[in-house]
Design a protein around this ligand. Structure first.
Ligand code: COA
Length: 160
C-alpha cells in the first residue's frame, strides 16, 4: 500500500536519496554527466531539500517505512511550479507518479488556477506522462530562462 503524505524535516536524507537514486538512471541517456552531477549538487543538496520541505510543498510516497517517490512544488514569481517529481526506478509505472501528482494538485492553495513545470526536452517518457495527465503548452511563465535543454508545461486547474 502506498501512502502519499507531507515530508517531515527529519526526512531530508530519505528524500534526498530518492533523487540520488533516480537521477542517474532517469537522465543517464538523456543528458550529459555534467547535468546530472551539477543537478544533484544544486537541487538535491541537504540544504535544497530542507528548503523545499520548509518553504514549499514536499510530498512523499511511502510504502511502509520506505520512501519510493517524492514531489516538490514551490512559488516562482506569481506561479506555482512543480520542481521535482521522482519515483524510484523499480517503482515506476505502477501509479505512484500519478498518486503524487494528484496529491500535489490537491495540496495547492484553493483557487490556484494553474501548475507549471519544467522538463528536459529529451525526456520523452516524462513528457508523455505529463501530457497523459493533462499538461500542455504554457500561456505565460516565470522569467527564468530555460535555455534549449528544458521546456515549460502547464496544467490548467480551472477546467479539471
Ligand atoms: C515520470 C514519472 C514521475 C512517472 O511516474 P510513474 O509512477 O512511473 O507513472 P504512473 O505509473 O503513475 O503513470 C500514471 C499514468 O500515466 C501514464 N503514463 C506513464 N508514462 C507514460 C508515458 N511515457 N506516455 C504516456 N502515458 C504515460 C500511465 O499509463 C498511467 O496511466 P493509466 O493510469 O491510465 O495507466 C516516473 O516515471 C519517474 O520518476 N521517471 C524518472 C524521473 C523523471 O523523469 N521525472 C520527471 C522529471 S521532470
Amino acid at each position: 500500500m502506498i501512502e502519499v503524505r507531507r515530508a517531515e524535516l527529519g526526512e531530508v536524507e530519505a528524500v534526498r536519496e530518492i533523487g540520488v537514486r533516480t537521477w542517474p538512471v532517469a537522465y543517464g541517456g538523456l543528458a550529459s554527466e555534467e547535468f546530472v552531477v551539477d543537478g544533484l549538487a544544486q537541487w538535491w543538496s541537504p540544504e535544497a531539500v530542507e528548503r523545499g520541505i520548509r518553504n514549499g510543498i514536499t510530498l512523499v510516497a511511502a510504502e511502509g517505512k520506505d520512501l519510493v517517490g517524492m514531489v516538490g512544488l514551490g512559488r516562482e514569481g506569481d506561479f506555482w511550479v512543480m520542481w521535482k517529481l521522482y519515483v524510484l526506478p523499480d517503482h515506476q509505472g505502477k501509479g505512484v507518479g500519478k498518486a503524487l501528482l494528484d496529491a500535489a494538485v490537491k495540496a495547492l492553495p484553493e483557487g490556484t488556477t494553474e501548475l507549471l513545470l519544467d522538463v528536459l526536452v529529451t525526456n520523452e517518457k516524462a513528457i508523455g506522462f505529463y501530457r497523459a495527465n493533462g499538461f500542455g503548452d504554457p500561456v505565460s511563465t516565470p522569467d527564468r530562462d530555460l535555455g534549449d535543454e528544458l521546456m515549460w508545461m502547464r496544467l490548467d486547474l480551472q477546467t479539471t
